[in-house]
Design a protein around this ligand. Structure first.
Ligand SMILES: Cc1ncc(COP(=O)(O)O)c(C=O)c1O
Length: 478
């Protein structure tokens, strides 16, 4: 592309981006298409000759955009947020333009040194002690896998890396029944095997039952297993429950277990000093993961992985082929040795832009607003006789269900709530997801992107109650 054309499209696209960010609320929040609707519009084979950018962009607008779920929509309340922000978009544009591959200090010194500093800033901002150092991983799933691989290699003295499993290891890993599925996935990939993941029951607030954890470890020791690691969650996916981190830390210390804390979503709340008491004991962990790409307004992907023992981490992943040796190897962090992939994006830049643009206070303000919206909704639900709150509201997530008088059977309630969720999402006005808590089909509403406002949460509640009345009327025929 010649420089005039590039300049023209750069301006055209930046105008489009600016309009999109302003007007994202005008799109249907969830895509209303059916499976195959996009692929039938895509040619079977690639073009032989290059096509004009106008044609490509037109297809972006006409073919691709209708198949996008607008995660940054003010009425996007599903999963956990993947929040981005204007400063983060600007940084991503620069990252794309630089096109730098940041695997070694040598391949972009600024990327390595900025990442190092950002990890220290984040650690301090969330109130963790300086004995943690960090690295950016793509996702929390990768960070948890990296943590458990490190635990495995530390316990085996790097023997499994070298020779594979001997068959005598008998490792066991413990996590709660409410832990994220990334723990299950990591167990498979580490080769430890799903049968050796012990799921510990939870209490009435969906937090790990530590007495059951201690009992499971003792039982396994009695059977000749090797208890290797425990994964606790600070803010579970289902309900943002908090496992008792200090008690788990004490048990991990007592039995010599590796201790990983998954704070993927709720870690952001630790920027607020008034929430730090909830994380008491997190500092006992060996490793912690927290995703700025969830609730710290930093474009996906950006997952902060904090570790106390970088030597064990690097020992697990370090490989030194001739072509990657550099004169500075002894003086710097080469982050390719701090995780799975060799090639790495320059992710620290967007974090730097976000933290500098908003400052600690600006970030805290947005987080407090989001928590305030969730509390407002919680109070509305508690006041409404036909709705029921299903879990404590700790951060930005509200778990609830429609429970109209006249319907009391659990199966009927599950059915009517499932129908309600589908009606809401099919309507295109709001987008939510569900989970099951205590066998109850649970509606989850969590707002955490920068476009969510009190008005959009109020409008969501109005839509939920309106649709609930419609679904209730049709219930006999469901
Ligand atoms: C508690 C928790 N841990 C881990 C993950 C996985 O995050 P990622 O998509 O960054 O792998 C999620 C995703 O929602 C989560 O809620």
């Amino acid at each position: 592309m010649d420089s005039n054309d590039f300049n023209h499209y750069l301006h055209a696209f930046s105008d489009w981006i600016s309009d999109y960010v302003k007007a994202v609320g005008h799109y249907p929040v969830g895509s209303l298409l059916r499976p195959g609707d996009i692929s039938k519009q895509l040619p079977d084979s690639p073009p032989e000759r290059g096509e004009p950018m106008d044609a490509i962009f037109r297809d972006f607008l006409e073919v691709i955009l209708p198949g996008i779920t607008h995660w940054q929509h003010p009425s996007f309340f599903a999963y956990f947020p993947a929040s981005r922000s204007e400063p983060s978009i600007l940084a991503e544009m620069l990252t794309a333009a630089l096109g730098a591959q940041c695997m070694l200090w040598y391949t972009s010194p600024a990327a390595e040194e900025l990442e190092d500093r950002m990890m220290a800033w984040i650690r301090d901002m969330i109130g963790l002690p300086p004995d943690f150092t960090g690295v950016i991983q793509d996702t929390a799933s990768t960070a948890t896998l990296v943590s458990l691989l490190t635990a495995r290699e530390k316990a085996s003295g790097l023997a499994i890396n070298q020779s594979g499993f001997s068959g005598k290891e008998k490792f066991r890993i413990y996590t709660s029944v409410q832990a994220h599925s990334s723990v299950d996935k990591a167990i498979r990939i580490t080769g430890i095997g799903h049968d050796n993941l012990v799921k510990i029951p939870v209490d009435h607030d969906f937090a790990m039952d530590v007495a059951a954890l201690g009992a499971a470890i003792r039982e396994d020791l009695g059977k000749g297993f090797h208890p290797l690691a425990v994964v606790a969650t600070f803010g579970t996916t289902g309900s943002t429950a908090i496992d008792p981190l200090a008690e788990i830390g004490r048990i991990a210390g007592q039995y010599g277990l590796w201790y990983h804390v998954d704070a993927a979503y709720a870690g952001a709340a630790l920027l607020l000093p008034e929430y730090r008491f909830l994380a008491r004991g997190m500092e006992m962990a060996d490793t912690i993961v927290f995703n700025p790409h969830k609730w710290l307004f930093t474009n996906f992907d950006c997952s902060v992985y904090l570790v106390k023992d970088p030597v064990s981490l690097v020992n697990t992943f370090n490989i030194m082929p001739e072509y990657l040796k550099t004169p500075e190897d002894r003086l710097v962090n080469n982050y390719r040795d701090w995780g799975i992939q060799l090639g790495r994006r320059f992710r620290a830049l967007k974090l730097w832009f976000v933290i500098r643009y908003y400052g600690r206070e600006g970030l805290q303000k947005m987080l407090r607003e989001h928590i305030g919206h969730a509390r407002w909704l919680r109070d509305e639900i508690l006041r409404h006789e036909d709705f029921e709150l299903l879990a404590p509201v700790l951060f930005g997530l509200v778990c609830f269900r429609f429970k109209p008088s006249g319907i009391s059977g659990e199966q009927e309630l599950n059915r009517i709530n499932q129908k309600l969720l589908h009606s809401l999402n099919d309507g295109g006005k709001i987008f939510m997801t569900h989970t099951v808590l205590d066998g109850k089909y649970t509606l989850r509403l969590v707002g955490g992107n920068t476009a969510v406002t009190r008005q959009s949460v109020e409008a969501a509640w109005e839509e939920i109650t309106r649709q609930a009345a419609i679904v209730y009327k049709q219930f006999d025929s469901l």
